[in-house]
Design a protein around this ligand. Structure first.
Ligand SMILES: Nc1ncnc2c1ncn2[C@@H]1O[C@H](C[S@+](CC[C@H]([NH3+])C(=O)[O-])CC(=O)[O-])[C@@H](O)[C@H]1O
Ligand SMILES: O=C(O)C(=O)Cc1ccccc1
Length: 247
């Protein structure tokens, strides 16, 4: 597939509207997420490695908010359990369509890959099957905060014993100095990846009402309230982190 550079916010916009995962974003998404999220390639690859320990034979692995299926592809590279199948879900038609194309390309390059079903659906209204793994890789932050507890409770209820939820998110920090420094360092990361001040400012205003990060403490409390017994951070790069939550 053609890899196009992200220039979505490169020109001055008369009005910056709320960020949506449309066709234009789907087309540049691999470039956008790599240049915007520090540690993204490491997180994605290692979700495959972690998942191999939790995946159980004959069970479902969910990739919720799969976008172009990067996590699904990593699961297929690393999980060796018999008879597992992946269900990848996104509510953006543009993402789902391209995700299917990427997975077909992976099918043609490797043998004996886990079967994948890609579903265009809202994860808030999707009934989950019993599963050994759920991945929410930078998806929960786009769900409205009041709907987050119920989603996590439903995920917990569907998790098989011995399974896990892997939750990656942008974080905010209770300590103002820590928050300010890590936010500045994230901006430096974006500048170092070639984004201009205009691109950074317009993207920020596009996502500010749409993507609402929580602190690590909020995540931990909400996961415990949803029934998880352990919350284990396994990765942090600047203000982006990934957690393992155990049922
Ligand atoms: N209610 C919803 N139902 C289904 N999908 C949703 C919903 N809300 C948002 N999404 C989808 O969640 C994805 C979030 S991107 C995930 C990256 C991917 N996990 C990756 O590992 O590359 C994160 C980012 O762009 O920062 C988008 O594709 C949305 O359409
Ligand atoms: O760009 C940002 O500042 C982000 O925090 C992450 C992001 C990455 C891709 C789409 C939306 C938000």
């Amino acid at each position: 597939m053609r890899q196009e550079p992200d220039q979505i916010f490169a020109q001055p916009l008369a009005q910056v509207t709320d960020f949506v995962f449309n066709e234009d974003v789907a087309r540049v998404f691999p470039d956008m997420i790599k240049r915007s999220v520090p540690g993204y390639p490491t997180i994605v690859e290692n979700i495959g490695v972690l998942a191999a320990r939790f995946a159980q034979p004959d069970s479902v692995l969910y990739d919720l908010g799969c976008s172009l299926g990067a996590v699904t592809q990593a699961l297929r590279r690393h999980v060796r359990s018999e008879q597992c199948r992946i269900i990848a879900v996104d509510n953006s038609a543009a993402m789902v369509e391209r995700c299917q194309e990427y997975l077909l390309a992976q099918n043609s390059m490797f043998q004996e890959l886990l079967p994948v079903e890609v579903i265009e659906a809202d994860i808030l209204s999707l009934q989950f099957q019993p599963a050994s793994l759920f991945a929410l890789n930078f998806t929960l932050q786009f769900i409205s905060p009041i709907q987050r507890p119920e989603l996590l409770t439903r995920i917990h209820q569907s998790l098989l014993p011995g399974g896990a939820l892997i939750l990656s998110e942008k974080l905010c920090f209770q300590d103002p100095e820590e928050h300010a420094l890590l936010t500045e360092l994230h901006l430096d990361f974006k500048r170092a990846n070639g984004y201009s001040e205009l691109e950074i400012a317009q993207k920020r205003s596009a996502i500010e009402n749409v993507m609402l990060p929580d602190s690590l403490e909020q995540h931990r409390e909400r996961l415990l309230a949803a029934g998880f017994t352990k919350v284990i951070p396994w990765f942090q790069c600047l203000n982006f982190a990934s957690l393992i939550a155990l049922p």
